[in-house]
Write a new protein. Structure first.
Length: 139
């Protein structure tokens, strides 16, 4: 069995943002030369996410509104976590909602997606460098 590891790095200047990382995962899959197996893609930071959905701008705007309703950023004093001097408790909660990782089947050397599926990096506390791990295993 083959194993391949690659890191992607992001520094999103805005507090929140979504980045389609499907092309980078495709590239890592080609580099791995794995034809049948699994790829794990996970955010290596507790205020960021990796998820699968449609690459449609309206949906991303809906996510922004929905997440802000569920875990509003302000007032920051509403969260005990922020008593430590942080202002990112909402980002931890948004990450919990959107998820840490995805696993995708590899079939015939390609990501085995359903219709419209794409992989996204979700940033909820931007302004600093963060990474995503791609781990590929298979034959």
């Amino acid at each position: 069995m083959k194993s391949y590891r690659k890191e992607l790095w992001f520094n999103i200047p805005a507090r929140r943002g979504f980045v389609n990382i499907t092309p980078q995962v495709d590239e890592a899959l080609r580099e791995s030369e794995v034809r049948e197996g699994l790829v794990l893609v996970n955010a290596m930071h507790i205020t960021a996410s990796v998820f699968i959905n449609d690459d449609e701008a309206g949906l991303h705007q809906d996510y922004e509104k929905w997440l802000e309703k569920l875990a509003p950023h302000e007032p920051v004093s509403r969260y005990r976590h922020n008593d430590t001097g942080e202002d990112n408790a909402d980002a931890h909660m948004k990450r919990q909602i959107m998820g840490r990782e995805v696993v995708i089947a590899i079939t015939g050397g390609k990501l085995d997606f359903g219709p419209w599926e794409q992989i996204f990096y979700g940033e909820f506390d931007g302004g600093r460098r963060k990474r995503v791990l791609i781990k590929i295993i298979g034959e």
